[in-house]
Ligand binder design. Structure first.
Ligand code: GLN
Length: 191
């Protein structure tokens, strides 16, 4: 299995180090040809507006709308996977039936780390939020898989995972294990 890491902008190299340490094959994806080679995609944190512009310019935007393997998006990544984002209002990839509010924790508190919970088992994990969005609306077929102070911060729709925090910046590997499990399952949504 080859995991693709969208590498147009943002903290993609951290994912390279993690996948390497977990023994997973990976490819930094910047072109349509590279996207066609991978079985799954990680969309990292960064600046969603810049990443969206570059994805369009590089011919990746429409391919990401159709990509049928698992996708994991964190922070800017979940913004791009959402149906809509607010602040400003925009339509995004629509791979997750959710609406997110960009930079929703305010301008002063740009970044913080705290303990949240993975659902359904309630496992406590450290969550790092960096100018994070908030999930403000959740539509059908979307399951909440992580929460912080009673708010959804991680969701799953079939084989698409999105987190408003940065799982790659804490030690907990549960979410990567879920992503790998989805990646090794041929049919979507059966894990
Ligand atoms: N605030 C950024 C955005 O709106 C996301 C920040 C991040 O990915 N850490 O795109």
């Amino acid at each position: 299995m080859l995991a693709g890491i969208l590498s147009l902008q943002g903290d993609y190299s951290v994912y390279g180090h993690i996948l390497k340490s977990l023994g997973s094959g990976y490819l930094y994806v910047k072109t349509p040809d590279e996207l066609r080679q991978v079985d799954s995609v990680i969309i990292p944190g960064g600046e969603s507006t810049t990443m969206k512009k570059l994805a369009k310019e590089n011919g990746l935007w429409n391919l990401l709308k159709q990509f049928d393997g698992p996708i994991l998006g964190t922070c800017a990544g979940i913004i791009l996977l959402a149906l809509k984002s607010q602040n400003p209002i925009e339509e995004n990839l629509g791979r997750l039936n959710i609406t997110v509010m960009r930079n929703a924790y305010g301008s002063q508190i740009n970044s913080f780390s705290d303990t949240g919970r993975l659902l359904p088992d309630g496992e406590k994990v450290e969550m790092v939020f960096i100018r994070a969005p908030r999930i403000v609306d959740i539509g059908t077929e979307v399951e909440v898989i992580a929460e912080y102070k009673g708010e959804p911060v991680g969701v799953r729709q079939h084989n698409i995972l999105g987190f408003t925090f940065h799982p790659e910046l804490s030690d907990n590997l549960s979410l990567f294990k879920l992503f790998f499990k989805l990646s090794s399952t041929k049919k979507a949504g059966v894990v």
